[in-house]
Design a protein around this ligand. Structure first.
Ligand code: IPE
Ligand code: IPE
Ligand code: MG
Length: 273
């Protein structure tokens, strides 16, 4: 396991052979400015992508897996250390059983098929969400892939599964309440750092860039605590059509932003002093 980590050249990964053109585009992005450290994506629009072509919704989910592979590989090649994908929300359990089952089966098949590639490419898989809700076979497959890839350190790929931001916040509240009850923590000592550390997704830096495909202007209960100061990028492109070129466009948009975090920047201070 450990022998597969970080032995290859940073841009040499197993997968589609990278074209010279793509290599140049990635280099250009790196030169343009800082890359986001953590990209989070709401992968939306699979069903609409399929229906637009007269196909069943599930076909969109299949094609969406191809996008996941391409975006993951591009992030590894770019040297982006964290990628978090909203894969299945708590609310998605309310979809028809046939679609939920198809998604769960696809998840198992994909993890089985992609595990070797994840290992070879130095990808550390993590999961975030209410795992106990998933079918046992999904849980087992995920658990094994998480364990096997735990020592990889090129890219941390987190799948948010049976996840919602409010669920995650409530987990933290319960953890902290328990500690207070036990006398191990005083309420006045709960600050942002304590709270963030109690979240099930603790350990990931807050996302710098949140991408939503499929054109909706909402966050659909994703990473509510963590996106307080995240840059948002929404595109009409449906997830199955969102590939590395579209990712580069999102990163370029991110690089054009001025992240002020509530402050005033030097270029704005003219005339105020
Ligand atoms: C996103 O695509 C995938 C999941 C939510 C699992 P959708 O299935 O939501 O596709 P649309 O938004 O209905 O087109
Ligand atoms: C958000 O997409 C959840 C995922 C991408 C997994 P949805 O399609 O479920 O969100 P809404 O219904 O448009 O808010
Ligand atoms: Mg949707």
């Amino acid at each position: 396991m450990g022998s597969t980590t970080n032995t290859a050249d940073p841009v040499t990964i197993t997968g589609k052979v990278q074209t010279e053109e793509d290599r140049a585009l990635q280099e250009e992005l790196r030169q343009r400015g800082p890359l986001p450290v953590h990209i989070a994506i709401i992968m939306d629009g699979n069903g609409r992508w399929a229906q637009q072509q007269g196909k069943r919704r599930v076909v969109g989910h299949y094609e969406g897996v191809e996008s996941v592979r391409d975006i993951t590989e591009a992030c590894v090649q770019l040297g982006i250390p964290y990628l978090t994908l909203y894969t299945f929300s708590t609310e998605n359990w309310q979809r028809p059983a046939s679609e939920v089952n198809a998604l769960m089966q696809l998840l198992v098949k994909t993890i089985r098929r992609e595990k070797t590639r994840l290992l070879e490419n130095g990808v550390q898989l993590r999961v975030l969400g209410e795992m106990a809700q998933l079918p046992p076979v999904c849980q087992a497959e995920l658990e094994q892939a998480v364990q096997e890839t735990a020592r990889n350190d090129r890219l941390v790929l987190t799948l948010a599964l049976s996840y919602s931001g409010r669920w995650e916040i409530l987990q933290a509240v319960r953890t902290l309440a328990r500690r207070v009850q036990e006398g191990a923590l005083r309420p006045e000592d709960i600050d942002e750092a304590t709270f963030a550390a109690a979240l099930p997704g603790a350990g990931l830096p807050d996302p710098d860039l949140l991408i939503r495909t499929g054109g909706e202007f909402r966050v659909s209960n994703f990473l509510l605590w963590q996106i307080a100061y995240t840059e948002l990028y929404i595109t009409d492109v449906y997830w199955p059509a969102f590939r590395r070129r579209q990712l580069y466009e999102a990163i370029r948009s991110y690089q054009n932003r001025e992240r002020r975090f509530g402050r005033i920047y030097t270029s704005d201070t003219n005339g105020t002093e």
